[in-house]
Structure formats: C-alpha cells, structure tokens
Design a protein around this ligand. Structure first.
Ligand code: SF4
Length: 287
C-alpha cells in the first residue's frame, strides 16, 4: 500500500479515507472490510479499557528504573501542557510502564511503542469527548499509516532503530488524530510525514536491553510530536516531502545505522557509564 494509492482512490471515489483503507486491505490481502473493521473495533475498545485502568497508576517494573513516571505526571496539573496533551502523555507513559511490568497491552504497532496511540485516542475520548465511531475511523486511518510503513520499510527497532517503532507509532497517532479532528487527506499525510521526519534517525538504545529507559519517557514525548505535527497540518502547513518518500528515507537511514543502535543495547544511552553501572547492579542483584 502506498499513500499515493490512498489519495488516488479517495479523490477518484469520493469515499472517506477510512473506508478506502479498509477496501484497500481487501484488495491487497483479501480481508473482508467488515471483519477487519470489527477486529479493529475490538482492539480499540481493549486499548481504551486498559487506558482507563492504568491511567496514572504506579507499577512494579522488571528493573525498577521506571514505574512511577505516569503517576507523578498525573499528580500535577496540566501546567505547560494543557488538558489534552497532559492526559495523552500520562496515558502514554502509564501504558509503557504497564508494558514494562508485564501488564496487558495492545502492541500498536509494537510493545516498545505501545503508549503513543492509546495516549492520543484516550485523550480524544476523555478530553475531546469524541464518540466511538469517530475514534474508530481515526484508528483505521492510523492503521493504514502503519501498514504502509510496515510494507515499505519496517516497524522493528532491531531492524531500523527507534524511528521505526516510536517513529511509526507517532506518525500513526498524528494521522489518526488529524482525521478525528476532521482533517482532509492532505492534512493527514502532512501530519504523518512531519511526525516521521521529526523522529527520523532516532536510535534504539534500551538500557540493559530492557524496554524501560529511554523507552517509557520516549513514548510520552512522542505524544507531543504527534499533537504538534497534527495541529500544524490542520493549520494548512504542508510537508514538502510526500509520505511515501519519507518512509523510503526512513528505511535508508535505518540501513545506514550501525548495529550498536539497533536494540543491541551497545550504543546510545545504553552505552553510558550510568547505564553500564545500572546493568552491573542488576546482574549482581540477580546473582
Ligand atoms: S528504544 Fe528500542 S526498545 Fe525502546 S521503544 Fe525504541 S525501538 Fe523499542
């Protein structure tokens, strides 16, 4: 699937983008659109239910390096963030800490990046009070963006760095958010493109190989990127580079990243003196 194909179909049929995404899936993979819609509806419901349960909670994670960040942020007022982003970031961080404590998540698109999309959709539900059908349509559009990246490049941090995990989640979230806020297909494309460009080159460097540091907080800050990219696109700011080309560029960057920056925990913040000491302490405690 290419974004260009989606644009051509939307402009040619005048069907809404979410319906075109479902139809395209049928053409490409033979999936019945209604069945796919039902499956995505179930996933979104589960994601929103989990978000409700874990919002601002404390977690006992594998290393103890994270687990209280969502709680801490939930205890202060929205301050610099505003109500929508505050809710989205608390959800994203809490979901990521829930993952780090082996809690139930929807890996959307991956476990490491599981906070960004729930963050945006839970805030759309809780703060913007959008109905489920609108959220589902946005979720389908987000899925289309993820599908394009997975088909053209990868969504694996081990293959292309965190740009492929959190970068993809952020592009999906920005696209879904823009669609939920009545953005047209050009705006959806720009929101996804601006997000992915903003996180291009992001390395995968989990301390000790645990999906906690820097992953948990990165899920939170990525929400900010998604919201800003979406608001820019909704204001009419266009991405100069089309989405399909941004994905190609991301793939090339991924190929040029050294192995130390692809989930091996040998580079980035994972190779700092503090990270090495933390890992040594964890191993000693285990022994
Ligand atoms: S740093 Fe690596 S493990 Fe952590 S979220 Fe990013 S891609 Fe996943």
């Amino acid at each position: 699937m290419l974004f260009e194909d989606l644009k051509r179909l939307v402009n040619g049929t005048q069907l809404p983008l979410h319906e075109v995404v479902l139809s395209y899936e049928m053409l490409e993979n033979g999936e019945d659109p209604q069945t796919l819609k039902n499956d995505l509806s179930k996933l979104l419901k589960i994601m929103l239910e989990i978000s409700d349960k874990i919002y601002g909670k404390k977690f006992q994670t594998l290393t103890g390096l994270t687990g209280e960040n969502g709680f801490l942020l939930s205890k202060v007022d929205d301050g610099l963030l505003g109500e929508f982003i505050h809710c989205a970031v608390v959800t994203a961080i809490s979901m990521s800490e829930n993952n780090a404590s082996m809690g139930r998540i929807v890996a959307c698109p991956t476990a490491g990046s599981c906070g960004v999309i729930p963050g945006i959709f839970y805030a759309l539900k809780k703060i913007k009070k959008l109905d489920f059908e609108t959220l589902l349509n946005g979720f389908i559009v987000a899925g289309g963006i993820g599908e394009i990246i997975a088909a053209k490049a990868t969504i694996s941090g081990a293959v292309s760095g965190c740009q492929a995990e959190i970068g993809t989640a952020t592009a999906m979230a920005a696209a879904g958010l823009t669609y939920c806020m009545n953005g047209n297909i050009e705006m959806v494309e720009s929101a996804a493109s601006i997000s992915l460009k903003s996180l291009m080159g992001l390395v995968c460097d989990p301390v000790g190989g645990f999906v906690e540091v820097p992953c948990v907080k990165r899920n939170g800050t990525a929400v900010g990127v998604a919201v800003v990219a979406s608001q820019m696109a909704l204001a009419g700011i266009e991405s100069v580079i089309p989405f399909d080309e941004v994905v190609d560029a991301m793939k090339k960057v991924g190929k040029s990243l050294p192995e130390s920056l692809k989930e091996t925990a040998l580079g980035g913040v994972a190779s700092t003196p503090t990270a090495r000491k933390i890992l040594k302490d964890i191993i000693e405690n285990l022994g």
